[in-house]
Ligand binder design. Structure first.
Ligand code: FPP
Length: 244
């Protein structure tokens, strides 16, 4: 395993939060004349490698897009397979995540998930709640638009009940009603498999996020690609709308 240029370790310009659109599992499997499921399984290994690298580089927050609100449109057997993979991941990996001091958080609407998955998610989040290492956000049944609608409804309800005045609504109060409440915005968004789109991911949170797209398919994603993305990110001049 290659090491990054020594200077990257402890560099305070490293991104504090990396978000990833994990794409290309199906294409990875098709290229090998294998069922899509094999690609998703290999995707779990890529997630493991990614978590290791984040810990090694001391990146505080990782958010991964595991299942979107639109992914329900896939054939039922693929949806079931993805849900089973998630269940296996939670049950097999929890002890390991906890031992590594990782705090797990779920972004998304859990109501549509099975009772079994909701229960395992609750156990995993509760078990790791006090951990102080990497914050791992898994976006699950997540959609950026539905997150914004959810926040709007909650705020409207509070206005109706007299907790807020309309004048009190601002970007901070809005942020407090997102799934990602309290999490710093991503500095770097990586998308694998070459597509140049956001696919309804973190619409509010990525206003000033730097985007890096790689042609590498998610199951092949590794430390090298993460380092390439970070090195590219470090060359960017982030102005947040201001001039220099
Ligand atoms: C995209 O591949 C990937 C997904 C739909 C997400 C699934 C992610 C994993 C299995 C990684 C592990 C995550 C967890 C937490 C279970 P695709 O099927 O869209 O690929 P394609 O565009 O090439 O068809």
């Amino acid at each position: 395993m290659s090491k990054p240029a020594k200077s990257l370790y402890g560099d305070n310009r490293l991104p504090k939060h990396i978000a990833i659109i994990m794409d290309g599992n199906g294409r990875w499997a098709s290229k090998r004349l294998m069922p899509r499921q094999v690609g998703h399984k290999a995707g779990i290994e890529a997630l493991r490698r990614t978590i290791e690298t984040m810990i090694d580089l001391k990146i505080p927050v990782l958010t991964v897009y595991a299942f979107s609100t639109e992914n329900w449109k896939r054939p039922a057997d693929e949806v079931n397979h993805l849900m089973n993979l998630l269940l296996d991941y939670l049950t097999n990996e929890l002890a390991n995540l906890h031992e590594k001091n990782i705090k797990l958080r779920i972004l998304g609407d859990q109501q549509a998930l099975s009772a079994r998955i909701r229960e395992e998610l609750a156990i995993a989040c509760r078990t790791t709640a006090s951990n102080t290492g990497l914050l791992l956000n898994i976006a699950l049944n997540y959609g950026g638009r539905s997150e914004i609608v959810k926040a709007t409804r909650e705020i409207a309800q509070k206005v109706k009940e007299g907790y807020f005045d309309i004048e009190d609504i601002n970007e901070t109060t809005f942020e407090e009603h997102l799934y990602s409440q309290g999490v710093p915005e991503p500095d770097l968004l990586i998308r694998t498999a070459g597509e140049l789109r956001i696919s309804n991911f973190l619409l509010w949170q990525i206003a000033y996020t730097e985007i890096y797209v790689t042609d590498v398919l998610w199951p092949d994603f590794d430390r090298e690609v993460i380092l390439e993305a970070i090195e590219d990110y470090l060359k960017r001049d982030r102005k947040f709308g201001a001039t220099k």
